[in-house]
Write a protein that binds this ligand. Structure first.
Ligand code: GLN
Length: 479
């Protein structure tokens, strides 16, 4: 069920929030032994919130999110609920406060069913870097669900929750949404408050929704978007009602298809499906220019893997065993700090810290970090220029369908390559959505629609028109 379908049933009293929540919890206990999407199940809290929501609905509350179950990526702080970042470092960390997005969902009467699995500190593309357990793709349990918001995406696809929140630093909402056959939106940098989002790479991180369709994305956006004085990077712009842009007429919209995103080695079936989907957009009235070129695109991967680890190395310095989180007890302060970090962090996190401290160190700073920042500007300018001509750009979300568990875990470079199509968007701070656009060998393929800064309405409109004309987003895994 989607949010808007559930809302209708709740509003017309054909269903209560308690019933809906119980159905989700039931589904969780049914499929979790196979999918492993949740780190924490908050069943008691969920039922309490559901009872409260039912009372609100009786008194005429008409918020579309009231009484609807949601799953939260375990990197978003929830007051009184363990927030682990899928790391041993924060295994027992219970935040004393709610992230702004959680406060906002609570104000809407949301029902939180749990916290979802992810790659440790959101570093990864497969959810295999969780310190606790990997998550499995509900379409094929031998495959990864993508990452780092793999738990959120798998749970939505498997029907364990109606929708979920994730975070996207380089593709972590869109790539798992693509791999799990659902809709995932990464917002313009600054559109949603990051207060209470545990920091990975601060100039790239954004929170966003993972849902079953575009209408649901718009509904969640209405609840969470907007300025927040507690986040200095949040943008002081007004937010529209995002459901208003959901028309089906694409007449006159100009779309560009950058050829660099059909990377070498891309799976033929995936490329074919995306091209067919773009043809559909053309049928719906959009004017499509194939063969657009964004020549700096191939540098995005290198830029990202300098900037993101650099920022991560600084952000993760706070885990020293003193302030909070895991703390190794030793006689000397230095030993305590070293061992805390040795045992608290997993391999991928340590790799990023080493890459980042190296890139930022005296003597290398100019050659790596500064150079990467300059290329970042070029990438951004290239997008700006493209958007003088186009309303949106359309690309694959990933170069492949979901890969097998274990296939790339020992080859970090191959793993990093699964985000080639999504990383440039974070580097430029743009909004982009991934929607289901086809299948190959029974596995979902995602199409990415990229917009100019703060043009979420345009990409939602295009994605919505596509979903009104196709059925891909309605397919469900048989689990
Ligand atoms: N896969 C990318 C990384 O490992 C992006 C992760 C993310 O968006 N959080 O850094």
């Amino acid at each position: 069920m989607t949010i808007h379908e559930a809302h209708q049933l709740l509003k017309t009293k054909q269903l209560s929030s308690v019933e809906l929540t119980k159905a989700c919890l039931e589904r969780i206990s049914q499929v979790e032994p196979k999918v492993h999407a949740l780190i924490t199940i908050t069943d008691e809290l969920a039922l309490k919130q559901a009872r409260k929501a039912d009372e609100l609905i009786v008194t005429g509350d008409n918020n579309p999110l009231t009484g609807i179950p949601v799953l939260i990526k375990d990197i978003i702080c929830t007051k009184g609920i363990r927030t682990t970042c899928a790391s041993k470092m924060l295994e027992n960390f219970v935040p004393p406060y709610d992230a702004t997005v959680i406060e906002k969902l609570n104000e809407c009467g949301a029902v939180i069913v749990g916290k979802s699995n992810m790659d440790e500190f959101a570093m990864g593309s497969s959810t295999e870097n969780s310190a606790f357990f990997p998550t499995y793709n509900p379409w094929d349990l031998s495959c990864v669900p993508g990452g780092s918001s793999g738990g959120s995406a798998a749970a939505v696809a498997a029907g364990e929750t109606i929708y979920a929140l994730g975070s996207d630093t380089g593709g972590s909402i869109r790539q798992p949404a693509g791999f799990c056959g659902i809709t995932g939106l990464k917002l313009t940098y600054g559109r949603v408050s990051r207060y209470g989002l545990v920091a990975f790479a601060s100039s790239l991180d954004q929170i966003g929704p993972l849902t079953k369709d575009v209408t649901d994305c718009a509904l969640v956006l209405n609840a969470i978007a907007g300025y927040d004085s507690r986040d200095s990077t949040s943008a002081p712009y007004p937010t529209p009602d995002y459901t208003q842009c959901l028309t089906t007429d694409l007449e006159g919209l100009r779309l560009g298809v950058p050829k660099e995103y059909f990377v070498e080695g891309m799976q033929a079936e995936a490329a074919q499906a995306i091209k067919a989907a773009i043809n559909k957009l053309e049928e719906l009235g959009a004017r499509v220019e194939w063969e657009v070129s964004l020549p700096h695109t191939p540098y995005a991967l290198a830029v990202y893997y300098i900037i993101a680890p650099s920022e991560a190395s600084a952000n993760l310095a706070r885990y020293d065993g003193v302030k909070y989180g895991f703390s190794y007890q030793a006689d000397s302060m230095w030993e305590a700090m070293e061992k805390t970090r040795q045992y608290g962090f997993g391999d991928e996190v340590k790799r990023r810290i080493m890459l980042g401290t190296y890139a930022l160190s005296a003597g290398y700073y100019d050659a790596y970090y500064l150079k990467a920042q300059k290329v970042r500007t070029l990438i951004r300018q290239e997008f700006d220029k493209a958007f003088e001509k186009f309303d949106a750009l359309v690309t694959p979300t990933s170069p492949t369908v979901p890969f097998k568990i274990g296939e790339k875990i020992d080859d970090p470079l191959q793993m990093y390559l699964s985000d080639v199509c999504t990383l440039p968007i974070n580097i430029a701070g743009l909004p982009a959505i991934s929607i289901p656009a086809g299948f190959a060998n029974g596995l979902p393929i995602g199409m990415q629609i990229i917009g100019k800064p703060f043009s979420e309405e345009t990409i939602l409109k295009i994605a919505h028109a596509f979903q009104q004309a196709t059925e891909w987003h309605k397919r469900k895994p048989k689990i």
